[in-house]
Design a protein around this ligand. Structure first.
Ligand code: ANZ
Ligand code: ZN
Length: 821
């Protein structure tokens, strides 16, 4: 018998598929569209790991399943190819970052192909290639024209090890997302994209994404951090009535304000302390605060440290004077950088007031009645009735939130407002291996965007990589440019873009990958978007997924796309673990996909990975599991090879099947139904596979004497059901069945609901409670009929011989109990 030889058949079919362009995107407009997308890899130089293997296997099942179900499917691949590792390789090993990256891209592409994935390689997108990053620059200019790209001096996150600034989204617990170094602050002139303009729409859009994991949506909502409240404006009489505005979520507590607190970095601070005895120590304190991280400053158990400025502010409604302090727990980049202190009703303020002996004034009281005589033992943060609040006394505090905000609005002293935690997206990077920001600085004309017809601004090669400065600043040819407006000598921007800009729109580019004039044409993009299933890691829950949603909304506003949410459904795949830990070099528990493919074949590797867990759960690597998958494929293989003769024969389906034939038909249709639902509706590939395994068991135990037509049909259907999971062996077996064409273009089997109904069932026959026989009866037989049949079998006759039957109990569908003595 022909042996199952994965090496041979996998290489063979991969070549055939490539030579026949089998996975070229079907553009037939009469078919419904389906866009299946996996996050593209970063070509790091380490090749494919198990995480990749998992995500591509999942995506490939989705794409193949949809193709067989009559969809025109877009299933593209590319590489997210800019970024630091290429540049670090240049610094440490003197290699050329471009060559290094291109080699790695080639390698990962080769390794992806070994998995037998069904990509349309003609639409390949590599973000470091000038024909792609040209349009990164084009889009930057679009943002600039729309007032959504701007430059400002800001205190930004600086990673001393990566030698570059980071976006807020790239700082995790005060550390660099890439290298884990502690992030510090630096004052720099930087480019930002105005994502905050879209805060509300980014929130609202989440409500229209029922097929996204709740967890990811919650993380995005939390990141955007919407908070409803009010602005309240105090004035400082001793500083020429200078205004200080605070943001509060509790304007109802306004009459309880006993002091103001400014962030140490607040611009008013130097003027408040000028020439006072407080100036010296406060300036020292401010310097110290600059070194503390945001986390240290704001966590509730962190020590609250403050200084009085010696200045006073006037309360907007009472006209009372309250002292102005500065303190570590107020951050400059949240709200207005200033807070009104209400110690009676805010825990942090309470601690602060206790520590520094500031007045605590209660203005909300749980009951309708007299004001409290006792001082508060802790902050009262519940709802209640207003007291000591002038004209608002007796008002329910919820109503007072609005009433007081309205009053402030009326008097021009503030009013209701919404605040977001989200900050604008800082995209400048002081690094070489990225998209140059297309801007020129002219002494006479100022900031000049590079005209679109001059794109791309190409990365120069005459640069020095010494790890001490941005290499772009060392290129004479790059830095000197002509002003696009007046033609005089000018200076080119040397910052490059955050690589998350590159990946925020690549899924649009796939729809029109070779367009040379625009990033993509509306016509092509609208044929495919939104992405129907996007598969990737949870680590991008906020970063990539938030940026992509933002960019999509801007392109929607610019009329370039018809969707304002790019990813209809999101599948975040779990991790691959070994011995309970995430596979990683440092843990030394890495299993290489290529080794597994080499030993068992890609089909076994795919089957194992898809069978071991549902896609969104963590998966525990198991050598015995891999061997089990391999044995299963061998078992299927033998089944098909054994029947090669059968496939040459034609059968006319018989009008009435024998009992075994009927049962096989039932199992077959049950399997089709199960597999179809598990792939198409729930993405539970593991349970789909286990029901295919049961079908294989039924085929093995099917008697030679039973109906052949249904047996042959079941074998062929088995091959179809396996095709999305194990594409090579399925293709080979499909040819053995004598069918023409590729199994991957064949139609997915349909199930017949009426075949699922059991028409015969097996029941037990007991005598005095002990099982003595089994009986096959028609599923809709009456009690009387069942009783009659049970009493008439030879075995039962033997058991009751010489006894008197006292009673017969029939439990429909289960058993018959005969009482006899
Ligand atoms: C007075 C007040 C009274 C407050 C009260 C709360 C309770 P979220 O929900 O996070 O938006 N706050 C405002 N700006 C701040 C800053 N830059 N740094 C630190 N704290 C700041 O919280 C808003 C509340 O956090 C605001 O409402 C303000 O304190 C404080 F009984 O104002 B509240
Ligand atoms: Zn100029």
């Amino acid at each position: 018998m022909k042996e199952y030889s994965p090496k041979e058949i996998e290489a063979k079919w991969q070549k055939v598929w490539q030579d026949t362009d089998l996975y070229k995107t079907d553009e037939d407009p009469s078919k419904p569209k389906y866009y299946a997308l996996e996050q593209f890899p970063y070509p790091s130089g380490e090749g494919l790991h198990m995480g990749h293997m998992r995500v591509y296997s999942i995506g490939d099942v989705v794409a193949r399943f949809r193709r067989m179900n009559g969809y025109r499917v877009l299933h593209p691949m590319g590489a997210d190819a800019f970024g630091l590792p290429a540049e670090n390789a240049a610094i440490n090993r003197g290699v050329n970052p471009r060559e290094w990256t291109l080699n790695n891209m080639e390698r990962i592409r080769r390794e992806q192909a070994l998995l037998g994935v069904s990509y349309d390689w003609d639409r390949y997108v590599g973000t470091c290639l000038p024909d792609y990053y040209k349009f990164n620059q084009w889009l930057f200019l679009l943002f600039y024209e729309r007032g959504l790209a701007y430059r400002k001096k800001a205190s930004v996150n600086w990673c001393p090890s990566c030698n570059t600034v980071l976006a807020n989204e790239q700082v995790e617990d005060g550390r660099c997302w890439r290298c884990d170094s502690e992030v510090t602050k630096k004052e720099l002139e930087q480019w930002f994209l105005r994502i905050t303009d879209y805060a509300e729409r980014l929130l609202e859009g989440l409500d229209r994404l029922p097929d996204w994991p709740e967890k990811v949506k919650a993380m995005q909502r939390n990141w955007i951090g919407k908070s409803e409240g009010a602005h309240v404006t105090f004035s400082v009489p001793e500083c020429g009535d200078e205004k200080v505005t605070v943001f509060t979520t509790r304007p109802d507590t306004l009459y309880g304000v006993t002091y103001l607190v400014l962030a140490p970095e607040h611009p008013l601070v130097p003027r408040l302390i000028k020439g006072k005895k407080e100036e010296e120590p406060i300036l020292r304190f401010i310097e110290e605060m600059k070194k503390q991280s945001e986390i240290e400053r704001t966590s509730t158990d962190a020590e609250k440290v403050g200084y009085p400025t010696g200045a006073f502010a006037k309360h907007p409604l009472t006209g009372e004077l309250v002292p102005i302090w500065i303190a570590n727990y107020v951050l400059m980049d949240y709200g207005t950088g200033a807070v009104m202190g209400v110690p009676a009703h805010d825990e942090r303020d309470f601690q602060f007031a206790r520590k520094y002996g500031l007045e605590i004034k209660q203005v909300i009281w749980p009951q309708d009645g007299d004001a409290p005589a006792e001082p508060l033992a802790e902050a009262y943060t519940e709802d209640g009735i207003l007291i000591s609040s002038g004209p608002f006394d007796g008002l329910d505090n919820r109503a007072a939130i609005k009433a007081i905000a309205d009053k402030l609005q009326e008097q021009g002293l503030g009013g209701s407002t919404v605040n977001y935690r989200l900050r604008d997206w800082l995209i400048s990077r002081q690094r070489y291996w990225g998209t140059p920001i297309p801007v020129i600085y002219c002494d006479d004309c100022g900031v000049q965007p590079v005209p679109k017809e001059d794109l791309p601004v190409v990365l120069p090669e005459d640069v020095v990589f010494d790890g001490k400065r941005n290499p772009l600043t060392t290129s004479e040819t790059f830095v000197h440019a002509k002003c696009p407006s007046c033609g005089k000598q000018a200076r080119r921007e040397t910052d490059t873009m955050d690589t998350f800009v590159d990946s925020s729109w690549y899924y649009f580019r796939y729809t029109d990958a070779h367009n040379e004039t625009v990033p993509f044409s509306p016509e092509e993009v609208n044929k495919w978007l939104p992405v129907d299933e996007y598969i990737g890691g949870i680590e991008h829950a906020v970063l990539h997924l938030l940026y992509s949603r933002f960019v999509t909304k801007v392109l929607y506003d610019a009329g370039m796309v018809q969707v304002d949410e790019p990813f209809k459904s999101l599948l975040t795949q779990g991790m691959v673990l070994k011995d309970g830990f995430k596979m990683s070099k440092s843990k030394g528990n890495v299993v290489s996909p290529l080794e597994i493919i080499d030993r068992f074949g890609a089909d076994t590797a795919r089957l194992f990975i898809l069978f071991a867990a549902p896609p969104d759960r963590d998966l525990e690597w198991s050598d015995t599991g891999v061997e089990g998958s391999h044995r299963f494929l061998n078992r299927v293989w033998r089944l098909i090879v054994q029947n090669e003769e059968l496939f040459k024969q034609e059968f006319t389906p018989s009008a009435s099947l024998d009992a075994e034939g009927k049962e096989l038909r039932r199992v077959l249709h049950k399997t089709i139904k199960k597999v179809t639902g598990e792939i198409g509706e729930r993405s539970h590939f593991n349970t789909a596979i286990s029901s295919i395994m049961e079908l294989v068991n039924s085929l093995y135990s099917y008697p030679d004497t039973a109906d052949r037509a249904i047996y042959k049909e079941a074998l062929e259907t088995l091959v179809l059901l396996l095709a999305p999971f194990v594409p090579h062996i399925a293709e080979e077996m499909w040819q053995m069945t004598g069918r023409k064409g590729s199994v991957h273009l064949a139609s997915w089997p349909k199930y017949d609901e009426s075949a699922l109904v059991l028409d015969e069932i097996e029941i037990a026959v007991q005598i005095n409670g002990k099982v003595r026989d089994k009986l096959v009866v028609s599923a809709n037989a009456s009690r009387k009929e069942v009783e009659k049949q049970a009493l008439s079998t030879d075995r039962i006759q033997g058991w009751i011989d010489g006894k008197t039957v006292r009673k017969v109990i029939v439990v429909p569908g289960k058993l018959v109990n005969i009482v006899a003595n």
